[in-house]
Design a protein around this ligand. Structure first.
Ligand code: ZN
Length: 420
């Protein structure tokens, strides 16, 4: 059903055209490219011949653009040293990546590096079908790193760029306006890579196929220095779950759903949506008994649930939540043997007892702090109160500067991706 990612939990498939553009356009799959050991394609484009802009430090000597999990990553090396603060589109100094879908001509975009608060950030502008560039808007979700004064790495979620899976064409352009390198001497301060034509990158549809809890163990919360808070919902999937997903999607936050195995069969579409939204699925036993005694009984409860989740969704959980929070060293050991970390919580509004929407809201927001794991429920009974409290809880925690994330993200457990 799904093919797990190859080496290093990544799925990189990039085609770079080193040769003439026409050949590449006609046969992108056979474009000149080196195949890496893992079966991925090395999408590095290296400058051939003399640099284009002798008076600019921004000649791109080599660049690599390709997919890493659900992100696109650009890394490049320039001929000279430069500071990000020296870039300013208005002043004629810029470093931008143009991305077009293939086969075009369709709309595309430009992804530029701009100075921001002493560092750098990415900004994007839409490119319409006639090649007109829209306004440059900051893209705070992208990360820009400068390993040294001649190098740059930019990572951005393909979804944040609005890019659908398929073949992409790309070209880097830089400009470094200065005295003696203005309009009159065009060509001495502007650089393109590839110098002629375009390079190709293939964006594959990937999806999470699991996560990795490392050595496992038991966790009540994440780091108290983190600005993140983990959001978790137990006892689903239920008829309420889609409405929870609507709220999370609208608010742009992600969460963990600890599911009861006997309720999972037949919920494939719902499970797919949970994963597509960037939410996470955890193991909450097969039929919700106290499994703190550990041993074969706990092993069976956890393993059956893990199996039905994997069969239904293609995702292998790495988190387990014991019903009633009833835990023991023996249970943690059983969970570890199945690749599952045991997740307790430090914020419990007791929403299952239906204390009222206001009580759920004030209990959660009253107790939540840096690194908290918040426990609420999307199943096990009427959940209208929790559902009603959820948007207010999210808004308040966001206003305090918290990022709301799935528990594996809070704990730093990596997600594994595979082909859709
Ligand atoms: Zn439960």
């Amino acid at each position: 059903m799904t093919r797990p990612a190859a080496a290093a939990a990544t799925l990189v498939a990039v085609l770079a055209a080193l040769g003439p553009a026409l050949r590449s356009v006609g046969r992108p799959d056979r474009a000149s490219a080196r195949t890496g050991a893992s079966g991925s394609v090395d999408g590095t484009v290296v400058r051939r011949g003399a640099i284009q802009a002798p008076s600019s430090p921004l000649n791109i000597l080599s660049a690599r653009f390709g997919q890493l999990d659900q992100d696109l990553v650009l890394s490049l090396r320039t001929s000279g040293r430069w500071r990000t603060s020296q870039l300013a589109a208005a002043g004629g100094r810029s470093l931008c990546l143009r991305i077009l879908t293939h086969p075009a001509p369709g709309p595309g975009l430009e992804l530029c590096v701009v100075p921001a608060g002493g560092g750098a950030q990415a900004a994007t502008a839409r490119l319409d079908a006639r090649g007109r560039l829209g306004r440059l808007r900051p893209l705070p979700t992208a990360t820009v790193r400068r390993p040294d004064a001649r190098s740059l790495t930019l990572r951005v979620a393909a979804g944040d760029l609005g890019l659908a899976p398929g073949l992409l064409r790309w070209q880097l352009s830089t400009n470094w306006s200065r005295a003696g390198c203005g309009a009159r001497s065009a060509g001495t301060c502007a650089d393109l890579l590839p110098a002629a034509g375009v390079a190709f990158a293939r964006l594959l549809a990937v999806r999470p196929v699991g996560c990795d809890s490392g050595r496992g163990g038991q966790f009540t919360n994440g780091s108290r220095r983190s600005r993140m808070v983990g959001l978790s919902f137990d006892d689903g999937p239920s008829t309420y779950t889609p409405r929870y997903l609507d709220v999370l999607e609208r608010e742009g936050v992600r969460a963990t759903f600890f599911q009861i195995g006997e309720q999972v069969a037949g919920t494939g579409a719902l499970e797919s949506r949970i994963l597509r939204d960037g939410d996470e699925i955890g193991d909450h036993t097969f039929n919700h008994p106290d499994v703190s005694g550990g041993g074969a009984f706990a092993q069976d409860q956890l393993a059956r649930t893990r199996a039905v989740i994997q069969r239904t969704s293609g995702y292998q959980p790495c988190l387990f939540r014991p019903p009633y929070g009833a835990t023991s060293p023996a249970l943690v050991s059983v969970a570890r043997g199945l690749g599952l970390a045991t997740i307790i919580w430090d914020v419990d509004p007791r929403d299952w007892s239906r204390p009222g929407t206001d009580a759920i809201y004030s209990r959660v927001t009253g107790m939540a702090q840096r690194g908290s794991v918040i426990l609420m429920h999307d199943g096990g009974g009427p959940r209208d109160q929790t559902l009603a409290a959820l948007p207010r809880i999210i808004d308040t925690l966001k206003a305090r500067g918290y990022q709301l994330v799935p528990v594996s993200v809070l704990l730093g457990f990596p997600t594994r991706y595979g082909r859709r």
